[in-house]
Write a protein of this length. Sequence first.
Length: 212
Amino acid sequence: MLSTLSLADHGPVIPVIVLQRIEHAVPLAEALVAGGVKVLEVTLRTPVAQACIEAIVKAVPQAIVGAGTLRGVADVRAARDAGCVFGVSPGYTREIGAACRDAKLPLLPGVATASEVMAANADGLTFLKFFPAVQAGGVAMLKALHGPFPDVSFCPTGGITADGAPSFLALPNVRVCGGSWLTPADALEQGDWARVTRLAREASTLHAAKKA
Ligand code: 3PG
């Protein structure tokens, strides 16, 4: 079973993907991988999401595919059945933690407060999604959380762009960010996979800002 922290070994950005059409799934994943982005979070927000994940897992073996927007036990089962190797949730509940342990699905759970960090830590989780990152306090909040939680690292997600990511990546408790800017809805609608590859290449070569 993979460690969710190892997801950060593959590059500084995890794309948050919303797929409306099954025929977009494989070309989109191929376009991201071509741009150097292998870790993909496909959100379970659309009726075709599970079928899209299955198609990517089958056709794009280089991709490391996880399911996002896990909100309950049924979502965890859907993610596992589709062949995901990790899951991401917007928040954390003991129920979702237990469901992921039962399904042997490594979980990157969302938190936005110190109490939520403590609840996730109590269940053994120390790599957490900070969501919604910009809206919940951004870089300043993550700096503040580093004091009491020096052993916890975060994948900030929500409101982050290519311009904003370097400030997050400069923090000692951040190695990877999430965001939807690599997969704009209009690029998917137009089948503009070259644009997605370009955005992925830019994202995969982002560096930490000099000063956070
Ligand atoms: C989400 O779950 O929607 C992510 O946080 C993506 O947020 P973004 O669209 O602001 O990058």
